[in-house]
Design a protein around this ligand. Sequence first.
Ligand SMILES: C[S@@+](CC[C@H](N)C(=O)[O-])C[C@H]1O[C@@H](n2cnc3c(N)ncnc32)[C@H](O)[C@@H]1O
Length: 203
Amino acid sequence: MLFSPACERNKGPILAALQDWLPAQAQVLEIGSGSGQHASFFCQQLAGLTWQASERGAVLADLQVQLAAVPPASLAAGSRLLPAIGLDVGASEQWPRPGFDAVFSANTCHIMPAAAVPQLLAGAARVLRPGGLLLLYGPFHNGGVHTAASNAAFDAHLRSLDPAMGVRDALALQEQARGLGLAAVADGAMPANNRLLVLERRP
Ligand SMILES: C[S@@+](CC[C@H](N)C(=O)[O-])C[C@H]1O[C@@H](n2cnc3c(N)ncnc32)[C@H](O)[C@@H]1O
């Protein structure tokens, strides 16, 4: 069983933020769903939601098993938790068809290689409908300035494990996104020195 204690702590605050941003009957693509705890919880709490979870590599099979075990009766009225699909942000052919109201991804930008972050942005820009939102949750710094000492230590730890990992620069990410047609519309503080970056797909 995949299980993330961090997901259990952050799913409530993220849900509250999503309620501010998601339209009714939202169709959402999640990148790097991991254990699927966010996917199942949000579908259990938000009526009318359609949630497309995704993962890459070996994690996908476990995620599919865990989502299949979520009792349909536990979902909120009209919500649909779709079977997880394989999606590595760098594999353009794996991205689903456009038309999503939102793309959500939690705690992935600092794990995927730096070079994959623009691929995530570009893929999201392709699959979002105009006016759709990219919602990125996790730790970020601003031009090298960390919002907390713990984030700086986490960044150093990640880079010691693999130089391709690391806490990303929100300002650089927002600038890259702007060039792809995604405008930064919010940057919300979340518990434990995390943030929710919100970017809107311009027509
Ligand atoms: C720390 S886990 C976060 C999982 C979950 N979103 C959560 O909040 O618990 C990072 C996830 O990013 C995914 N990931 C890393 N590189 C990726 C890539 N290139 N494309 C898609 N997902 C990727 C990993 O498979 C992993 O599940």
